[in-house]
Design a protein around this ligand. Structure first.
Ligand SMILES: C[S@@+](CC[C@H](N)C(=O)[O-])C[C@H]1O[C@@H](n2cnc3c(N)ncnc32)[C@H](O)[C@@H]1O
Length: 398
């Protein structure tokens, strides 16, 4: 991760196909790099990135263009005529709105503004813990149209927590505009979904790019937790999978998935199963199974083992949040750095998983299997020492 010195307003993912690596760049409002990026992104060219010394080619993807992230330093303020201080367009417009209602700007108000938000086309999703002060109610309808103007959006919605109902339904309410369907374009793939009914996980972009770089020519893939097609679509459109069986139990996500398969022109190579993947009647079909559920996909492991081709086996991509409890563990030698302790915990988790899967495969098929850890990918971290990992596990009958 490379941070520019001032408040970051744009986050880009740069992916190196050759090295199969992605980096996330946060770029500042002031930086020339951002201006240069904008031009490059518009033209969609692959290029060498000026901030990095490596001389390899990247393809660029932008998440949250124009979004201020948690600043590392206080945002730089500009002095306007008349002595008013304004930190950005949104603040300026809100100050004017407040003043027109006889209210004065304060630090408390400033702290009630969104620090980060998600942009999906012309809709911006703001956080739950923003605009909580009672004085905003006095602004009536003008408030949301002003916020939308300040953020360069036509529609606004407010994000609550993602529910723990297993469907991962987001608690989102529309603030401005009625149509809650949005289009999010990632790496040449168009994802359409209803923001009030389905979640979109921007944080998984590096994993989506990694999947897109796989060569799955001639392969049958099963995506056990397909959602709106986050991984199903890269498998079909970029990795060249022959066929994907996509399972999803949330009806709203299934509607979006079917729409996305059609919009992207790949519905003839995908079979969608609506329902609980543990009830899936398929077996002995897959060269690859994607298990994209966190905090754990363990309930799907027996299904994945049934799905692998009995004669040739295949690869499982197992997602899991892995915590290395540095303080609590007595077996961590003194002086072992946080990063090394994390890596050790990842390797231990991968080893245990490889053993469990080998044993499950034996139970399911009655024969011996060997499992081989091909790769452990860190997707993102949720907190210090809590990481979303993906284990690429090769499973072959022996
Ligand atoms: C985290 S989302 C998938 C998102 C996507 N893989 C990503 O990385 O953003 C997990 C999806 O799995 C679905 N799901 C969870 N358990 C399931 C099950 N037992 N059978 C079918 N779908 C399930 C949820 O409804 C949700 O859409």
């Amino acid at each position: 991760m490379i941070l520019c010195p001032a408040t970051a307003v744009c986050e880009c993912v740069l992916h190196c196909k050759k090295k199969k690596k992605s980096v996330v760049l946060q770029l500042s409002a002031q930086s020339d790099v951002l201006r240069a990026e904008r031009e490059r992104i518009k033209t969609g060219l692959k290029h060498k990135h000026p901030l990095l010394n490596q001389s390899f080619l990247f393809c660029v993807h932008v998440i949250n263009f124009g979004v201020p992230f948690q600043p590392q330093t206080p945002p730089p303020c500009s002095k306007r005529k008349g002595g008013k201080r304004s930190c950005n367009k949104l603040e300026g417009l809100l100050q004017e709105l407040l003043e027109s209602h006889g209210e004065r700007w304060s630090e408390e108000i400033k702290e009630d503004l969104p620090l980060s938000f998600q942009r999906h086309g012309d809709l911006v999703l703001i956080g739950d813990n923003t605009f909580c002060l009672s004085l905003w109610k006095k602004m009536g309808e003008d408030l949301w149209s002003t916020v939308a103007k300040g953020l360069g959006a036509k529609r606004l919605a407010k994000q609550g927590r993602v529910s723990r109902d297993g469907f991962r339904t987001p608690e989102v309410t529309m603030l401005l505009g009625e149509d809650s369907w949005v289009t999010h374009v990632d790496n040449g793939i168009s994802y359409q979904f209803d923001v009030t009914k389905c979640m979109f996980s921007s944080g998984n972009i590096t994993e989506k790019l990694r999947v897109a770089a796989f060569d799955c020519t001639g392969e049958t893939v099963v995506d056990l937790y397909a959602g709106i097609g986050y991984f199903t679509l890269p498998y079909l459109m970029h990795a060249n999978a022959c066929h994907v069986h996509a399972c999803e139990w949330n009806l709203e996500a299934v509607k979006a998935l079917q729409k996305n398969l059609n919009v992207n022109g790949v519905s003839n190579r995908c079979t969608v199963y609506q329902g609980d993947n543990r009830q899936l009647q398929l077996c002995d079909v897959a060269d690859r199974v994607n298990l994209g559920l966190i905090p754990s996909s363990e309930e799907g492991w027996p299904v994945a083992c049934r799905l692998l081709k009995r004669t040739t086996g295949g690869v499982l991509h197992i997602h899991q949040n892995v915590t290395s409890q540095l303080q609590a563990r007595h077996d961590v030698p003194q002086g072992l750095s946080g990063k090394r302790a994390d890596r050790r915990a990842w390797q231990e988790w991968a080893n245990e998983t490889a053993e469990k899967i080998a044993s499950l495969l034996k139970d399911v098929t009655g024969g011996q299997w060997t499992t081989n850890i091909q790769h452990i990918e860190r997707v993102k971290s949720y907190a210090p020492h809590v990481h979303h990992l993906v284990l690429d596990l090769e499973c072959r009958p022996s």
